[in-house]
Design a protein around this ligand. Structure first.
Ligand code: GGG
Length: 360
């Protein structure tokens, strides 16, 4: 018998419901591997980093943490943030640190309807919602550039500057990624989002690069839309979108809106990709740590399990990813739904249902 291909995965549940949904995702992935006739296996190592760890050690991640993570095929992440640590410290100390140091410049956030899940748009009788938001994930508004207390005027006179960084290389690579992705989809369309009428440097550069890159993809329909107009379009004309490419902040906001329109933030999956594969990529649900429901078994694990499907695609196992996605659809279609999508099921109920669809 041939030896199964073993994927080494670093699990970082981090904070709040992150611990619950990562445990669910691991259980589902292990069940998938156990039911794959020995074709592949997962070798997990779990890391305790996050806000609790910060409380004990003063660090969100160990000093050698990034070096250790380099040894893995992928990172499976939960959620970061807890009221005991200022959000900018926890986010920059862990999630953004990994994204930026591992050059995970493409953040893929698919948004689509699931059977059995009600959404505001379904009520309005929109039949189609099938998008991928491609988020520039290494620069833009989250480049970490700026400073505080620049005036030196003392209390009440403080000044803060937050700069956004747009490079031609950074814009072009994420746009080419979006166009290549559009070519794999039924609707070959890329919508570029900016606020270039008000932000006249970086986003004008973004628009110019988009026009130039689009010339190499004459078979792909394009549009450039301001972010405020795009927010309205998400709600009013969802059927007119396929791939949406946007800067770090704009795509962060739009993808939350998109997943709420599909039914819940708890359903949304994401992949932070280093497309060159020099570093591990990171897979995580779009949602945060949700302190209001953490520890109560109420978290929706579908976003984390959908992220695991994206990880399987990244590993070159598209048929296994499709199995996982079919299990998700069968689970929601059967009405096994957590509270955020109108049901009464617990995290454990949904996990068991998913595993049931993989093993029967
Ligand atoms: N699982 C995603 C997560 O933990 N998000 C927390 C957050 O605040 N993220 C901001 C961002 O996506 O840049």
């Amino acid at each position: 018998m041939t030896k199964p291909r073993t994927f080494r995965i670093a699990a970082i549940p981090a904070d709040g419901v992150g611990t619950e949904v990562v445990a669910a995702g691991r259980a589902v992935l292990d069940a998938l591997a156990e039911n794959s006739d020995g074709a592949f296996a997962f070798d997990w190592e779990e890391f305790p980093w996050g806000c609790d760890y910060y409380g004990k050690t003063g660090k969100m991640i160990d000093d050698d943490g990034l070096e250790r993570l380099k040894e893995f095929d992928a990172i499976y992440f939960g959620a970061v943030g807890w009221p005991t640590v200022p959000d900018h410290i926890s986010l920059w100390g862990l999630r953004l640190k990994i994204c930026q140091n591992f050059d995970q410049w493409a953040n893929i956030r698919p948004v689509h309807f699931l059977p059995g899940v009600q959404s505001p748009l379904r009520k309005a009788d929109h039949t189609e919602l099938d998008w991928v938001v491609v988020r520039e994930n290494s620069e833009g508004e989250y480049a970490g550039l700026g400073g505080r207390n620049l005036s030196g005027r003392g209390p009440g006179g403080e000044v803060a500057i937050q700069s956004a960084l747009f490079t031609e290389v950074g814009c072009e690579r994420v746009m080419r990624f979006a166009f290549d992705l559009a070519r794999t989809r039924d609707r070959r369309k890329v919508s570029s989002v900016t606020k270039s009428n008000a932000q006249q440097y970086g986003m004008v550069l973004w628009d110019e690069v988009f026009k130039r890159v689009a010339q190499d993809y004459p078979d792909v329909e394009t549009e450039s839309v301001l972010v405020d107009a795009m927010s309205a379009k998400f709600v009013l004309r969802p059927e007119d979108l396929s791939v949406v490419v946007a800067s770090n902040l704009n795509a962060d906001i739009l993808s939350d809106l998109g997943s709420a329109l599909a039914g819940s933030l708890g359903l949304a999956a994401s992949a932070n990709l280093n497309p060159e594969r020099r570093y591990p990529s990171m897979f995580e649900p779009v949602h945060g740590s949700a302190p209001d429901i953490a520890g109560q078994g109420l978290a929706n694990p579908i976003g984390a399990v959908g992220s695991a499907a994206l990880m399987l695609e990244h590993f070159g196992l598209p048929e296994q990813a499709a199995r996982l996605n079919r299990a998700i659809e069968a689970t929601t279609a059967a009405g096994v739904l957590t509270r955020d999508v109108g049901g009464t099921a617990t995290t454990e109920d949904v996990t068991k249902a998913l595993i049931g669809h993989l093993t029967n």
